[in-house]
Write a protein that binds this ligand. Structure first.
Ligand SMILES: [Zn+2]
Length: 186
């Protein structure tokens, strides 16, 4: 189990390093967060800043988007997933700790790996819901309005590469959201 775990950790470290370098080349500036993203467990709890400005104005698009989240019960689904995720983590740790004879350090590293994997899955589910809410807003306010709002959002957002954003944030980059809307007919 040890060798496998350390193999995964090495892979993860290199993977995150490559993603950080790509993101810094993409944004053209050095980020001090990059170093924190390379430390196991620390990288599971770094809050990401999405926007350059503090808050977004209540536009018809945002209203329609938020209403869609409510109507589609996205929060309820998220709560269910969160509880299941914690359940998986909890039981894996109990198993590692009690039955497989893993040391405390190994159990913590295993916890970190599973948590990282679950976080990416979590973000993917959130992204899916964001696209769904965008599509619903599109039906309410139309293509032109949605595209205009997303273009305005792009100006406010800190630009991020897709894979980097998938690792660390619950919202897809606005550039991707705009691309999705552009290919929609209705
Ligand atoms: Zn949303």
């Amino acid at each position: 189990m040890n060798a496998l775990l350390f193999g995964f950790l090495t892979f993860e470290f290199i993977f995150r390093l490559v993603i950080e370098i790509r993101q810094m080349r993409f944004s053209g500036k050095f980020s001090s967060t990059a170093i924190l993203h390379l430390i196991p467990l620390v990288n599971n709890c770094i809050p990401m800043r999405d926007l350059r400005a503090a808050a977004l104005p209540e536009t018809p698009f945002i209203k329609a988007h938020e209403t869609a989240h409510l109507k589609m019960r996205h929060q309820t689904l998220r709560s269910g997933i969160r509880i299941s995720g914690f359940g998986i983590l909890f039981f894996t740790l109990i198993y590692a700790w009690n039955y497989s004879g893993a040391t405390l350090l190994l159990s913590i590293l295993l916890f970190h790996l599973i948590l990282s994997f679950l976080q990416v899955l979590w973000n993917a589910v959130c992204w899916f819901q964001e696209y769904e809410a965008d599509a619903a807003a599109f039906k309410v306010i139309g293509k032109a309005g949605t595209e205009k709002s997303l273009a305005a959002l792009i100006q406010k957002e800190i630009p991020k590469q897709t894979l980097y954003a998938l690792l660390y944030q619950e919202h897809p980059p606005a550039t991707r959201r705009l691309e999705k809307i552009k290919t929609r007919k209705r």
